[in-house]
Design a protein around this ligand. Sequence first.
Ligand code: GLP
Length: 261
Amino acid sequence: MEVIIQPSTAAATRLVARLIAKALRQNPLLVLGLATGRTMEQVYALLADMHKQEGLDFARCRTFNLDEYVGLRPEDNHSYRFYMDHHLFSKVNIERRNTHLPDGMADDLDAACTRYEHAIQQAGGIDFQLLGIGHDGHIGFNEPLSALRSRTRAKTLTPQTVADNGPLFGDQECMPRRALTMGVGTILNSKRCVLLATGTTKADILAKAVEGPITAMVSASALQLHPHCTVVVDEEAAARLEGKDYYRFIFQNEPEWAEFR
Ligand code: GLP
């Protein structure tokens, strides 16, 4: 794992957008794993800008989102399908048939999850997985105690997650209590992953995920097992990291990061 600390939220977000753009330019057939949440909105705005200004080409890119709420229709403005259409897909030249989210409306949710895993495999696996982190340490909707080898399945959300995301639904009672999510094991199978965390409220959980023990109580801590995981944070989210100086030293000295300094 490597940790990159950026001076501001805007700089951290921009670095992540540039990493995605670089991966897409290197491989136009990129299989891109996508995340939702407030943190990602600006990443998608930057990618949409890069498409418009620099011709960043999504024509052959395939995407798989981490998760979707159970029971929300795709056209529901609280569904993650709606979020993705709104923030990214409608603003770039991606083919709709190349964009995938778990089917939270399926009659048979288990079968939908199995199909999702199969579709990821058929696409050749995820090349680049974008991740956020929840206040309870979730990646996707892998709430505490998610098995570290779990695959796509239905999960019941924590009260913390309902409190965090409930305001987006207006009335918290309207928020589904369950979601389909790629498993921790699914995420660990991605060839590369990049986690973006910004703001003071993420500082505690981020330090646990990066520097704490690997535990199913903090799903993001499983990323310590990932062979190529980059964590990008702003100063606020980095506040509780003990190894900050070393992480900065790596960023300043690794040739791989020269173009991003
Ligand atoms: C959401 C998503 C996660 C996301 C996280 C953080 O509920 N399921 O994939 O990373 O919670 O969201 P935010 O960026 O709004 O803090």
